[in-house]
Design a protein around this ligand. Sequence first.
Ligand code: FES
Ligand SMILES: [Fe+2]
Length: 361
Amino acid sequence: MTTLDRSFSNRAAATGDQAVLLRNLWYYALPAHQLKPGTMLAKSLLGEPVLLARSRTGKVFALRDICPHRAVPLSCGRFDGQEVECCYHGWRFDSTGRCTAIPSLTDDQDLDLSRFRVQQYPLREVQGNLWIYMGDGTKDQSPDEAEIPVVPSFGNQPHQLVITAHFPCSIDHAVVGLMDPAHSPFVHRAWWWRSGKTQEEVKTFDPSPYGFTMRRHKIENMGHGYRLLGGIPETEIAFRLPGVRIEHISTGQHTVCNLTTVTPLSETETEVTTSFYWTTPWLTALKPVLKPLVQAFLNQDRDVVAKQQVGLKHNPGLMLIRDADTQARWYYQLKAEFLRATAEGRPFVNPVKEQVLRWRG
Ligand code: FES
Ligand SMILES: [Fe+2]
């Protein structure tokens, strides 16, 4: 075991399945179409109650879902397409979180309403997705929008297909499970994907912003899913903090991109969303068939981490073994560096170096 392997074991043993949740990053909040104009919905993100809303004119915003008067969730109230009204005493708040009305005040009771505010979260709509910035309350709340992950080749086009699954585990186990190259032959056994046989893989990785990228290469041992694209596709897979994976597959003629995001709802509950972008019109026609297949695939990942929870309850030490677990090791190193850089108030220095990894998967 290396020092890092050991420290991972100790961390896991000390905390069970609870992850440190990184702040000052953009997190995937919701597929944009799920928030209709003039509606609001409540969601737990990183353990915080958040109200997500879209005005009648289409503008999205997010507020802390707690009324500053007496703590009733604002999402229990009404939204007129412009302002949110608390269900308890009718205080009203605009999209910036500013209080605009306190109905109990008499005409001669002068009160500066701007003293009462609900925290606003930066929320942006990009490529059919809503991204929310979860600050730490100390930094200014005008984060760099250039850091919102973007799927290449698709401009501001929305995704064609999006599937979500709820993982009963911390963000760490969800991320490590999804990027783990050794589980596929065992967890994803399906005729349309892969056989149960393992094969040797050799891949080159490079550091990339807040993460690493599996260098573009030809997909040689294609599963049936890839075969549908025709030609020999090339793929590149980028991972970045907090838990965003973008796969870019192209055959020269066609491009398919997959964005998979891992968002902690709390320390022990995680939401995984996988969305697809493509230029192939016939894939659009196949959507009714693809949807249940993708859901089944994601559910296989969910089911295995649900089983893992049974063992994790007993706080066992865990292992990261050789190249197959190197991406998981990098994930923990990236997280540790992000925390150190934030604490020291200095720029993030990517700990990943160019490396060739070999495994059977
Ligand atoms: S608790 Fe919201 S208005 Fe009183
Ligand atoms: Fe998987």
